[in-house]
Write a protein that binds this ligand. Structure first.
Ligand SMILES: [Zn+2]
Length: 678
């Protein structure tokens, strides 16, 4: 056995993994899993937790262990050969997952365990069984053969349509560019954005500056270019991408794709017995009903409205002129600079990466009673990678953490946490959790260490919150350990919760210090930074609510053509938005979260989890922000239980009552008094 992906005795041997190992390993493990499933089923007579669920959990653990390093390397060390190998495995894995989801024998065996043994099992075990049975149903296992086949065909078609939606959007984004010859038109833009535009032109053999719809370029123009006509031109191109409007009208139109997606989603929901796709989506989430989600969003909108109108009026006053859609970001930036006199570039020298990491670990240690210490030399994929031991107060090892903080070529953008190894105690298989924490911060230059912006610090806290959820779990069964089995709309609770600490003066003081002099962040800068936290927070709130409400209402409506989609969005905007939207705006045609990604009838999750995290944090506002007893309670009630306890029950266990939206509004600086005056 020379394939390092098949050796799961210790940590992955990253440096030995080659693209040619990927397909053979995945095929071998899947083949083994298929055979094992049948062997386990045949031997489980009668089916019980120990003879059915435990060995199946071990199989899933084995598959996850073989695949985790592949997915990780594909994201952080992407090469043509690895990407090819990775993509070739996706249909294999998806086939296996639908086959298991519609496996009637397995389904009946799970039913039998719950019926025969349910009373004797613990609550966590019963939840695992109930979740598994729910997922069998949602895969169509209980349908008669005709509808079952139709359901599978719809799922396959939907995955293709989702990919088509993304392709159209990408192609439309890349098809447009504006070449500017007169440097004066770029007035106001940051130097590095101009430099990138110049290189973009040069790469195409052109003189001047090529402005594109890549987000950093678009964003720089909208926030900084003083040329109003230039901003308008980019705005029009951006908001009409992949639609029947604008400069690439009709060439990459997502209108028909959206119509097909909505029709098929609705049909799939009806086959499973739901009234609409929104109901199907909520079947796996914490929110109980579509009405509850709508009520939640409408309430946030109502309470934020007065503050949002005041924020917009402040921009208008500052600009001294009526504002069109392409003016708002520009004048907001000017107002922010004027009001807070704080810039990322001034703050950076006070946040060297090592110091921030030490402060973060220190904060977590104080809150949760753990220790994070260097893990020694291990095999990694890059010299930048850090490796740590997470220990309990008594020194017992709880898990390990890999960190990979800096941007480089062949690494996917953004920041994320991922699972390397899940916790498992299954008799034959024993494993402690291992997590990846990946960011794309500005790398060290020469003898200067990596310096973080405060935004980066918040990101780091967010991702480390996910890591703690994964690492501090006490659940022995992989399907409910850590973030597994946690409802989609609750999974951001630990991460958004931890973000709050990155805004606390005591924590910021502990994390910061000039990289040369170690001099603390001057109080005046600290105050300005904290004051700027809630700039335009009510407008941001309404924007998120607008997207979320549109998403849930759309999926409640069922089949709609493109014109119907646009009409629904316009209706939501008339109710919710305070900013102006021109008629040609086609936001829906580029809303890949819900048409290409996994957020369909689930976009509200961002706000939902934010209510939980803000309300959880409010306990620390009451007891003292670094209160160890409250921290220990968060660890026990939320972080340790993972998916073994229903998300609402877990929250109530922690807070002693159901979540209240007031804390979110208060944290966002949106005063309840102003709202009720409306
Ligand atoms: Zn997150």
């Amino acid at each position: 056995m020379n394939n390092p992906l098949l050796d799961t005795a210790g940590l992955p041997a990253f440096s030995r993994i080659r693209p040619q190992h990927v397909q053979p390993a995945v095929r071998a493990v899947l083949e083994e899993c298929r055979a094992q499933v049948e062997t386990i089923l045949a031997a489980a007579q009668p089916p019980r937790w120990d003879n059915l669920v435990v060995p199946l959990e071990a199989l899933d653990h084995r598959l996850a262990r073989a695949w985790a390093p592949v997915g990780h390397l594909n994201a952080v060390q992407n090469t043509e050969a690895l990407r090819e190998a990775y993509n070739a495995c996706l249909p294999l894995l998806s086939d296996y997952s639908s086959e298991m989801g519609q496996h009637e024998g397995l389904f009946r065996a799970f039913e039998c365990v719950l019926a025969e043994e349910g009373d004797r099992l613990g609550a966590g075990q019963r939840k695992i069984l109930a979740d598994a049975l729910r997922d069998f149903h949602l895969s169509g296992v209980a349908l008669p053969p005709g509808p079952r086949e139709r359901f599978r065909a719809i799922m396959l078609e939907l995955s293709t349509l989702g990919a088509k939606f993304e392709e159209n959007l990408l192609d439309a984004t890349q098809a447009w560019r504006l070449v500017v010859q007169d440097e004066a038109r770029l007035a106001g833009m940051p130097e590095d954005a101009c430099e990138r535009a110049r290189q973009a032109a040069k790469a195409r053999g052109l003189d001047g500056w090529a402005l594109t719809l890549d987000f950093p370029c678009y964003h720089a123009v909208m926030c900084h270019a003083t040329d109003r006509a230039l901003r308008r031109e980019l705005y029009v191109a951006w908001v009409t991408r992949a639609s029947e409007n604008g400069p690439t009208a009709g060439r990459f139109d997502n209108g028909p794709v959206m119509a097909d997606i909505l029709r098929l989603r609705h049909e799939a929901a009806e086959i499973l017995g739901f009234a609409n796709y929104a109901e199907l989506s909520l079947a796996t989430k914490m929110a109980a009903s579509v009405g509850e989600v709508r009520g939640f969003l409408e309430d946030l909108a109502r309470r934020s409205r007065v503050a949002a109108e005041a924020e917009l009026e402040a921009v208008r006053q500052f600009a001294g002129q009526p504002l069109e859609a392409w003016d708002i970001a520009f004048w907001s930036e000017r107002l922010r600079e004027h009001a807070y006199e704080v810039s990322d570039e001034e703050l950076r020298p006070y946040f060297p990466a090592d110091r921030v990491m030490a402060g973060l670990f220190d904060t977590a240690a104080q809150l949760f009673g753990i220790r994070v210490v260097t893990g020694g030399a291990v095999d990694t994929w890059h010299p930048d990678v850090g490796f740590f031991r997470i220990e309990d107060a008594d020194g017992a090892l709880l898990g390990n953490l890999y960190t990979d903080l800096y941007a480089r070529e062949q690494k996917r953008g953004g920041a994320w946490m991922d699972e390397c190894v899940g916790r498992a105690r299954l008799g034959s298989v024993n494993a402690l959790p291992v997590a990846f924490l990946v960011c794309n911060f500005m790398p060290p230059v020469g003898d200067r260490p990596g310096l973080l912006s405060h935004d980066d610090v918040v990101t780091l806290f967010h991702e480390f919150g996910h890591c703690l959820h994964h690492l501090l779990t006490r659940v022995d069964w992989p399907s409910a350990a850590g973030i597994n089995g946690v409802a989609w709309d609750a999974v951001e609770l630990p991460s958004q919760f931890l973000e709050n600490f990155a805004w606390h003066p005591e924590v910021i003081e502990r994390l910061s210090g000039h990289f040369r002099s170690s001099e603390p962040l001057p109080r005046v800068m600290l105050d300005r930074l904290i004051a700027s936290r809630n700039f335009q927070s009510a407008m941001q709130m309404l924007r998120q609510v607008e997207f979320a409400l549109f998403d849930i209402r759309l999926h409640e409506r069922g089949a709609l053509d493109a014109a119907g989609v646009v009409a629904e969005l316009d209706a939501v905007r008339r109710e919710i938005a305070v900013v102006p939207y021109p008629d040609f705006n086609r936001f829906a045609h580029g809303f890949s979260h819900i048409f290409g990604g996994g957020y369909a009838a689930g976009y509200y999750s961002y706000k939902w989890a934010e209510v939980l995290s803000a309300d959880a944090f409010s306990l620390f506002e009451e007891c003292g922000v670094l209160d160890a007893a409250a921290g220990r309670r968060f660890r026990e009630c939320i972080l340790e239980v993972g998916g073994s306890v229903d998300a609402m029950e877990a929250f109530i266990a922690f807070r002693g009552r159901p979540p209240q939206p007031g804390a979110l509004l208060r944290l966002a600086g949106i005063s309840e008094d102003t709202a009720s005056a409306a």
